[in-house]
Design a protein around this ligand. Structure first.
Ligand code: HEC
Length: 144
């Protein structure tokens, strides 16, 4: 092997390392940025920190629920890029919510996450309760 091709090889290796570092896998990001509160297995510490099992998947079926998941402060304020955050949310849904995610679920995109996380949610618990309340109301009966 001559000096030039050896140099090329190490350059390729270097670029490869830089690329793989820029996009850590979502599980690692979950462990770094979410586990501190929601624990390694997503169980959380109810009632202070909610479990990430099943409920997020159900929220996807409620109007506003999909956006709410991104706007929760622990999510929106995390030190991840939009792309990394979208990957972590999709991972959380696949890992902990396989039974409740709707069949027609489209994965979060970086663009969607970027737009939603910009809308500051001051009182997440109150907002969540209002979403649930709206969803509980029966459709008005057009005949009455
Ligand atoms: C500092 C602690 C903390 C961190 C870190 C954190 N969360 Fe949370 N999370 C909470 C709390 C507390 C709530 C309840 C809403 C609130 O009070 O903000 C919550 C709510 C949520 C919800 C809504 C659950 C529901 O049923 O309403 C989701 C989804 C969620 N977090 C995901 C994540 C993800 C993903 C990460 C990592 C990017 C993360 N959280 C990081 C504390 C945290």
């Amino acid at each position: 092997m001559n000096g030039i091709s050896g140099f090329r090889l190490s350059l390729v290796a270097l670029l490869f390392c830089a690329a793989s570092q820029a996009t850590a896998d979502p599980r690692t990001d979950y462990l770094l940025y979410c586990r501190g509160c929601h624990l390694i297995n997503g169980d959380g510490v109810p009632p202070d920190v909610p479990s990430l099992h099943d409920e997020p998947g159900r929220l996807l079926s409620i109007p506003g629920g999909r956006e709410y998941i991104v706007r929760v402060p622990g999510v929106s304020q995390t030190a991840m890029t939009d792309e990394e955050l979208a990957a972590v949310l999709n991972w959380v849904l696949a890992e902990f919510n396989a039974d409740t995610v709707p069949g027609d679920f489209q994965p979060y995109t970086a663009k969607e996450v970027g737009a939603a996380r910009a809308k500051l949610l001051i009182d997440p618990l109150k907002y969540r309760a209002s979403l649930m309340e709206k969803n509980r109301k029966p459709e008005p009966d057009p005949g009455s």
